[in-house]
Design a protein around this ligand. Structure first.
Ligand SMILES: C[S@@+](CC[C@H](N)C(=O)[O-])C[C@H]1O[C@@H](n2cnc3c(N)ncnc32)[C@H](O)[C@@H]1O
Length: 256
């Protein structure tokens, strides 16, 4: 646990901050994201907590949780607050430095953080976690199937995925001859994040190229990756505008 003066100093020295972390007694960070977007975290947190409560119930206290692409540890600390044994991992040490401070300043020194890439998650962790969070990362990676297979491999029971989604495209492709056809199972859009990537943005993937799934593609890929079933959760009535319009989704993927 840090003293108020240490928290004040850390907030100052480690800024700018991506999230609005609140350490109590008026000690908090000012987020980089515009005020109209800050509410995105309220919606995600509400949806994540609600599904955890529905799925784990009283078991939620004490379960293990891996927060994949944890950034400043906003969701890691939120899960630790619920009594979970939390590990946060991220590709960027500069994010993890802030995450360690946030955990200490919030009184959750037990949260473990490690550097790593989703692409090698299963071998790096060498174990499963009851709950995995894969929030805001899928649409930043260039090989979503590889990543989802890795995420499935370390998920013991439930994985919560939050992602931007592209509009669905329904259709058929020829498959070897004009009369042979296969239906699309959703689509992946290729997205250029090179501008942000080369500018040193701390939220992008580890390469400049990103992919973004349509809702059907997300569900199809999750099944192919090793989840028994997956469903897109209904946002609350007061959801952030992108969730309300279905442009971002929170999806629950179950191992059994
Ligand atoms: C948009 S932020 C989302 C952070 C947080 N999970 C959230 O939902 O608010 C993406 C995070 O994932 C990390 N990241 C991106 N690609 C990664 C990869 N291939 N392996 C591990 N971490 C990655 C970034 O460093 C960043 O912290």
């Amino acid at each position: 646990m840090l003293e108020p003066q240490q928290i004040r100093q850390g907030v100052e020295e480690l800024g700018p901050w991506f999230y609005a972390h609140d350490f109590g007694n008026g000690l908090k960070t000012t987020p980089l994201i515009p005020p109209q977007v800050v509410g995105i975290h309220d919606t995600r947190l509400a949806m994540v907590k609600s599904e955890i409560q529905r799925f784990f119930g009283a078991r939620a206290r004490g379960i293990s949780c891996l927060d994949i692409g944890c950034h400043e540890g906003f969701y890691s600390v939120a899960m630790a607050r619920h009594g979970m044994q939390v590990t946060g991992m991220d590709a960027r040490e500069e994010n993890l430095r802030r995450a360690r401070f946030v955990a200490a300043a919030s009184g959750f020194d037990g949260v473990q953080y490690c550097q790593g890439r989703v692409e090698t998650l299963a071998a790096d962790q060498g174990r499963t976690f009851d709950l995995t969070l894969f929030l805001g990362v899928l649409y930043h990676v260039e090989d979503p199937m590889l990543c989802l297979r890795q995420v499935a491999a370390v998920t013991g029971e439930l994985c919560l995925i939050e992602t931007q989604v592209v509009d669905e495209v329904e259709g058929y492709t020829e498959w070897g001859a004009q009369e042979w056809k296969r239906p699309y199972k959703g689509i992946l859009a290729l997205v250029d994040e090179s501008g942000e990537f080369h500018a040193g943005n701390r939220e992008t993937g580890v390469t400049p190229m990103a992919t973004c799934p349509s809702p059907k593609a997300l569900l199809f890929m999750l099944r192919q990756a090793g989840f028994a079933r997956a469903e897109i959760l209904t946002p609350p009535p007061d959801a952030y505008e992108q969730h309300a319009r279905g442009k971002r989704v929170v999806c629950a993927a179950y191992k059994v």
